[in-house]
Design a protein around this ligand. Structure first.
Ligand code: ADP
Length: 160
């Protein structure tokens, strides 16, 4: 069984992430969308909120599950017997970071390889930070994120 991990901050999950995930789920037998928790990075949503949005948004994709780790993605992949780590590439600026990430992963475990998917033409401009910025400034982000994200913003805004 060919297993892969799709790690990220998913703060929040966007239609860009979902596009990569759907395409990867056709290439691999099983994909785990992994919330890689970085306690040093300031986040918009809590780990629980992000996981809830991710689970709801991916529930109709049969061979996908959602999990989180506060450790290294490569260690997680090794633990579950996945040999591939999926990432998405938008602009050249992504390449620099992904290139380093790939080298660091290979240093930890050279048996685990990275697989990159090019961003879709309709979703390539979407990033979690853009979504947060647009929402804060009152823009309608409905076409850019799954409905679970709209719901999470609604709850968050109500509790303010
Ligand atoms: P990280 O903080 O690890 O970069 P993100 O949640 O921002 O986590 O992104 C996870 C992965 O998804 C990264 O490989 C990123 O390049 C990719 N990605 C993010 N947004 C898009 C998009 N709109 N289209 C394609 N790939 C994307």
């Amino acid at each position: 069984m060919k297993k892969a991990i799709y790690p990220g901050s998913f703060d929040p999950i966007t239609n860009g992430h979902l596009d990569i995930l759907r395409r990867a789920s056709k290439v691999f037998d099983h994909v785990t969308m992994l919330l890689a928790v970085n306690p040093n990075k300031k986040s918009e949503f809590t780990v629980e909120e992000r996981l809830t949005m991710m689970k709801e948004a991916t529930k109709d994709i049969e061979n996908v599950d959602v999990d989180f780790t506060s450790g290294l993605t490569v260690e997680y992949a090794r633990k579950v017997g996945a040999n591939h780590i999926i990432r998405g590439l938008r602009a050249v600026t992504d390449f620099e970071y992904e290139f380093q990430f790939a080298a660091a992963n290979s240093f930890v475990d050279s048996n685990i390889d990275m697989v990159f998917f090019m961003a879709g033409s309709k979703t390539s401009f979407i990033s979690s930070s853009t979504i947060n910025e647009l929402h804060k400034n009152g823009a309608d982000i409905t076409p850019l994120v799954p409905s679970s994200v709209i719901e999470a913003y609604r709850k968050k805004d109500q509790s303010k």
